[in-house]
Design a protein around this ligand. Structure first.
Ligand code: FAD
Length: 596
């Protein structure tokens, strides 16, 4: 069975201006049997080979002897199963499967972020630059050995003085007089797999152009820094790399001189998707763990989960996760649909170019995955009481591990800047039908009319709420563009409000569309409809508060009128959330796990 692709939606925020999606949105329910089989293999590996060894995997960083063999052993076992080469071409010993399959596996390999970071640094950011931008000789030389983890890779972009501003690093390489090699000097910081990697993709200036080299880390002049003593992902290796007059063969230039931005940013888009899927998977795991605990833990003679307050939290965790899951699959579906339109014989680079167009959606997946997990773990830890604070229960580790999710693959701040920046660009450039939609909104506001109508019976009231959100946020985007005009880059606080509101809409609409598509006859239709309602309630609260704060800043006159307009556009916020949360909690308590 092959996956059913949705019709294309304009990248860069096109979803804001389309009617509420009742069909054509990809969701996990549309994944193929082959994809699910691969994800099941990944999950079985996690449960059989990783989670039982968590303590030993985490202990190595504390171990004076620096005994890291177990993590490397596990990395190689995963690669033997093909988990390190899912999207590599078969001619280089990869599985030649889709990015979607790889993302399903990222989701399945959740709950051990140390292992996920190690595998991701090797098979993702450490290998994909060679797969995407390497020449035939480089691919033949490196990819089969990377696929099996015979050699281990890492990705060295960050420097002590350049983190978010990653493309202005100081590392420098000079071509030797005979043109046979580069002489590399500089320092990289926070490199995952730094202690045990054999090769690294290293970003460096060459002749004043920021470029990338494939560097053999066993070459003279390479020094590995001390392991960082980290708050989380303690089983992974993070250290600096120092290059002192390191000779790198000229044939190990990756791509062309000046290709650093192209390589680094494109790899980041893939990294953001993978991180989003992995954190979303971990959120489900945390819900199941919390249900387990709160069902057996008794206070005042009753299981803790029977208390109304805890049920409210359980319902919130489930609703955030359902929306996040729906958004992750929606994004990759839209990306795949655009890729499907490429002409026959297209290259991997053509596919990567599509990812870049979906930079906004990739940023949403990264932010929503990492922050949904943070919110879920906030509740989960406290629902465990004192036990949540103790190492014996896994929630403590998950909470520590989650912090870095908001920092790497571009901090969530940088991703919010990417998100709002992409939307502003799409609106200015007219790549999404922004002006046309605004005209109809203004005309309705002028005439005092509300022309919103549902296009189907099932979840009709929820469809109207999605439409209200879209129109209010289109209006808000216009007011922000007018209000901050040429200061669009410096008005970051307002842009963050826009990002948060747009992201909230994306998630709620994804949950709505997924649920409508499954239909009223689906055996989980009731709880799914309630999860949509909670996601909408959350999105409305977020979007309303962001909108009012943003308007209060950008409107120098006529604020009252704009607040009235936006309140009208948002519609009636009333919703019986307490009753809805009780129904949702009842479902998950009966299921005993996150079963959606
Ligand atoms: C455990 C771990 C593993 C890592 N693995 C790797 C790896 O394998 N390879 C690699 O190359 N890097 C890696 N990194 C580095 C990571 O990508 C960077 O830490 C991250 O990009 C942030 O850079 P920084 O730490 O220098 O923070 P800074 O960039 O100094 O940021 C400090 C604060 O300022 C904010 N800020 C920065 N610029 C702006 C701006 N323009 N507008 C608004 N706010 C801004 C940030 O959001 C942040 O809150 C890793 C980091 C960690 C902690």
């Amino acid at each position: 069975m092959t996956a059913v692709l949705p019709p294309p939606v304009a990248p860069g925020g096109g979803f804001l201006l389309t009617p509420a999606a009742r069909s054509g949105v990809f969701s996990r329910e549309q994944t193929s049997e082959d994809q699910l089989e691969m994800a099941d293999a990944a999950r079985a590996f996690l449960e059989g080979e990783i989670l039982p060894h968590m303590e030993a995997l985490e202990a190595w960083a504390k171990n004076e002897a620096g005994d890291s063999l177990l993590m490397i052993e596990k990395l190689r076992e995963a690669c033997d199963l093909g988990l390190g080469s899912i999207e590599l071409p078969e001619e280089y010993d990869g599985l030649g499967l889709s990015l979607t399959t790889s993302l399903l596996c990222s989701e399945a390999l959740c709950a051990c972020a140390s292992f996920a970071a190690t595998l991701g640094a090797h098979a993702g950011i450490g290998t994909l630059p060679i797969a995407y931008f390497g020449n035939d000789e480089q691919k033949a030389r490196y990819l089969p050995k990377l696929a099996s983890a015979e050699i281990i890779s890492c990705y060295a972009l960050t420097e002590p003085g350049n983190g978010s501003d990653a493309l202005h690093g100081k590392t420098n390489a000079v071509l030797s007089d005979d043109g046979s090699h580069y002489v590399l000097n500089g320092q990289k910081q926070f490199i995952t797999n730094g202690s045990w990697a054999d090769i690294s993709v290293v970003f460096t200036n060459i002749e004043g152009k920021y470029s990338a080299l494939i560097v053999d880390l066993h070459t003279d002049g390479v020094t590995r820094g001390a392991e960082e003593k980290k708050m989380g992902i303690r089983g992974s290796s993070t250290c600096g790399l120092i290059f002192q007059d390191v000779k790198v063969p000229a044939e190990d230039l990756l791509g062309q001189l000046g290709d650093a931005a192209k390589i680094a940013l494109n790899i980041l888009y893939v990294g953001r998707l993978k991180l989003g899927f992995a954190t979303m998977g971990t959120a489900k795991y945390a819900i199941t763990k919390t249900l387990d605990f709160c069902t057996s833990r008794k206070q005042f003679g009753r299981p803790v989960i029977e208390f109304d307050a805890q049920q409210g939290k359980l319902a919130e965790m489930a609703a955030w996760t359902y929306a996040c899951d729906s958004a992750c699959y929606r994004a990759i579906g839209d990306i795949d649909a655009q890729i499907a339109l490429l002409p026959e014989g297209h290259t991997t680079l053509d596919e990567i170019a599509i990812l870049r167009q979906f930079g906004l959606e990739c940023a949403i997946v990264k932010i929503c995955g990492s922050e949904t997990l943070s919110r879920v773990l906030y509740h989960a830890l406290r629902m465990h009481g004192g036990y949540g604070f103790c190492e014996e229960y896994q929630i403590e580790r998950l909470a520590r591990d989650n912090v870095v999710d908001t920092i790497y693959e571009g901090t969530n701040d940088i991703n919010r800047i990417v998100l709002s920046g992409a939307l502003v660009e799409s609106a200015y450039m007219g790549t999404i039908p922004f002006r046309e939609t605004l005209e109809s909104i203004h005309s309705d506001l002028r005439d005092g009319e509300d022309t919103l109508a549902a296009t189907g019976d099932y979840l009709a009231a929820e469809e109207i709420r999605v439409l209200h959100l879209k129109r209010a946020l289109t209006y808000l985007t216009e007011r922000i563009l007018i209000g901050i005009g040429k200061d669009v880059r410096t008005e970051q606080q307002v842009l963050f409000m826009l990002s948060d509101a747009i992201m909230a809409l994306y998630l709620a609409e994804a949950a709505f569309a997924r649920t409508v598509q499954l239909g009223a006859d689906h055996d989980q239709a009731g709880v799914r409809a309630d999860l949509v309602r909670l996601a909408l309630h959350d999105a409305e609260a977020q979007a309303r508060s962001s909108s009012r704060d943003a308007l209060a800043h950008v409107e120098t006159s006529g604020l009252a009128e704009h607040l009235t307009n936006i309140d009208r556009l948002f519609g009636d916020p009333t919703m019986p959330v307490v009753a809805i949360k009780r129904r949702v909690a009842e479902h998950f308590i009966a299921a005993g796990r996150y079963d959606i």
